[in-house]
Design a protein around this ligand. Sequence first.
Ligand code: TSJ
Length: 640
Amino acid sequence: MSKSNYGAESITVLEGLEAVRKRPGMYIGSVSTRGLNHLVYEILDNSVDEHLSGYCSEIHVILEADGSATVFDNGRGIPVGMHKKGISAERLVFTTLHAGGKFDNNAYKASGGLHGVGSSVVNALSKHLTVRVKSDGCIYEDKYERGNPVIDLIGGLLPVIGKTRETGTWINFLPDDEIFEKTRFKEDDIKARLSETAYLNPELTIYYEDRRKEEVEKVTFHEPEGVVGFIKDLNKTAEPVCDVIYYKGVMEGIEMEAAFQYINEFHENVMGFCNNINTLEGGTHITGFKASFTNIINNYARELGILKDKDQNFTGTDVRNGLTAVISIKHPDPRFEGQTKTKLDNQDAAKIVSKITNDELIRYFDRNVETLKNIIGCTEKAAKLRKTEEKAKTNMLSKQKYSFDSNGKLSNCESKDAKKCEIFIVEGDSAGGSAKMARNRLYQAILPIRGKILNVEKASIDKVLANAEIKAMINAFGCGFSEGYGNDFDITKLRYDKIVIMADADVDGAHISTLLLTLFFRFMPELIYEGHVYIAMPPLYKVIPSKGKEEYLYNDEALDKYRKTHTGAFTLQRYKGLGEMDAEQLWETTLDPDRRLMKRVEIDDAKRASEITEMLMGLEVPPRRTFIYENALEAELDIN
Ligand code: TSJ
């Protein structure tokens, strides 16, 4: 269809989508894998909204062999009838920014949530997108290329391509490789998201298929136990201190439900959701939950005589020691703020979650005093540790003052301009030695660490702080550390813009990276939220052809490709570890900002690392090996 068929209205529409293509990052956050996966979530959320409205029980998500994605549901079908100014409503949905909510009476929308984008953004960023709607006996079809409609409407209405008794919406789209750096959906993230969605919507079933694999992978996500099942799953390898406790409530049009359980471990895991969106940066609902919890446990502890008059209250962190919790709220008008727009900002959410949590917990604990005592046991343990650790910390602080030079191992850079500086955390003294020689000492610092660092997931904080490698890192970064949100960590003091984990490209290297990510995620999460953490990608091979230029190859696929495309003889040199490269090679391949490959760690990676660590520690030896090995091979490269 030619552009002359549009009225003035639709021309501004196309200009709107052109803006999306010009600045995709503004609408989907990034054009890396994270942004790519976001396209699937954006579409998926529309089907989840249809479920929340009460009309859709099944959603299918298919990663197609051709690189496209298909999502379909058994809801009512996107309205196809005539909307204002003679355009099918469906056309408006796909060609207008933020058109989603206009004819939707569902009070709690997830779609359009994270970055406020609509399905039109997905359309604008797809090479081609096809929509099929089944409703009132017919199958309607519409097609777009890079956001532009390619089907002529008949009297403003969509063509009918078949008859059916069913209803639903079917979408297939291929992300545009002119926009995205990577066009391969990351299945682990997508599956994690689907699993989460299933737990938050116990009456929904999600069918997942990956048709890109030689043997098609199929997984069904259905979690009739809801958030209670979520907690059981999160805690499945832990030693529980109490049963899973569940409550819910509604106030002022805001719904909430929560499930929690204490386990015998020295950390907390409190997760929040608003309208099915994972609020990774926390927010008011979490604040409300925590405030009530702290208050109630302290009140009971005094009532039971566990805290005496002279004793100070337990801190919030004490009270949440060993706590795993999921708080899910449904808000008619959610506001998100923060670096990744995943921090809930609505003040009413704090008040309502706090009130309902307070009432429900008192009701529960009055009837279950034994459980309450076990929980307070966890709190007391934490308080005791905290006091020891406060002493240790003042000692440590007065001895070392987080001083730059107190740590002999750090080879710092000369520049003090944090925006330009980078620190490489290098495993092993020999690799550390080469890296010190190889670096640009003006702005690259090297911190060698030895062997396996402590797994912080299971360790108490005093153990963590006693660990020399960890102390060295905290000292070097300069921002302190925090347990949970807010406290002692100050990102403005960060001395390096980039913190680069440099480990061997093998199983042990992957393990060390995982442990480091877990450490950062637990004690310095803002480093990750604000995008300061990277993983260096040293090459696996060097090929030296008899004629032509030497090349470094960073994975087995690159080697396969080289073998297929290169004519003539060549010598293949395999690097087993960083220590095998001389300083010059290390500079060329891994340190030089103009030539190196690094992967920026994104929140999901870090969150998963922490889950992975938890899993690794709980598993038998054989599966542990294969797991790390697969992931080491699948690591993706981002050119920086
Ligand atoms: F993102 C999207 F638009 F492309 C999309 C929307 C993708 C997929 C896979 C599903 C959907 C979708 C939309 N599923 N179900 C709906 N429902 C509606 O759009 C709908 C239907 C009826 C009514 C009504 O008031 O009668 C209202 C709405 C919003």
